[in-house]
Design a binder for this molecule. Sequence first.
Ligand code: SAM
Length: 232
Amino acid sequence: MIDLMRSFGFNLNETQILQFQKYFAMLITENEKYNLTAITEERDVYVKHFLDSLLLLSTVTDLEDKSMIDIGTGAGFPSLPLKILVPSLKVTGLDSLNKRIGFLEMLSQNLGFTQTKFVHGRAEDFGQNKLYRESYDYAVSRAVAELRLLLELVMPFVKVGGTFYAYKSLKTKTELDDAKNAMTLMKSSLIEIRSYDLPFDMGTRDILIIEKMGKIDKKYPRKPGVPKKSPL
Ligand code: SAM
């Protein structure tokens, strides 16, 4: 598996190799208890979780010492593979399922991470919290919601001038068409779309680079459940 990572240009050191091995082992051993992932074959985990998460590094090279929030992080994707590659990245993982937060804390301790924080809660609530609102250089999110809904959940966390990297696939164009109003209200601008093919025909990945151009009206995000019920 490590050769596979190398073939994608990720030259891992000993510590990083061990961290990915431990990450895989913990995902599998704790999966039943924490309900973490449907993907369990080793090669699939390395491609669909680890490599997929790391694709961002082909696009962004200045993650050192930056702050990043991962909305709906689940078992840590995409932020924790990025943390392995860039140890100085300050990661906050937010998820509404407390079980998963418990797993992430245990994982983080086992992998020896510093400057990571895992928060149990809904993006709609934490986006209104002064300690979190407009506090992050970067936000990431994968497999959480369609784009117009996601923008309301994620953009309040991003500093003005900061960037949201939305991991999308399959319906990118339709989601973008539907998200025009949300883009305007969330003071967001699509800068670029980067597309990648995963190996072994395991699908494609689009990373949408979305910049925050100005402050968002305080009424966003709306209360939990409202963004989903009536997306912008
Ligand atoms: N990002 C991970 C990945 O790609 O493997 C997990 C994806 S999982 C399908 C979606 C996650 O988003 C779940 O863990 C769920 O609890 C979380 N989630 C959904 N809506 C949320 C919200 N409004 N606020 C916080 N977390 C949310």
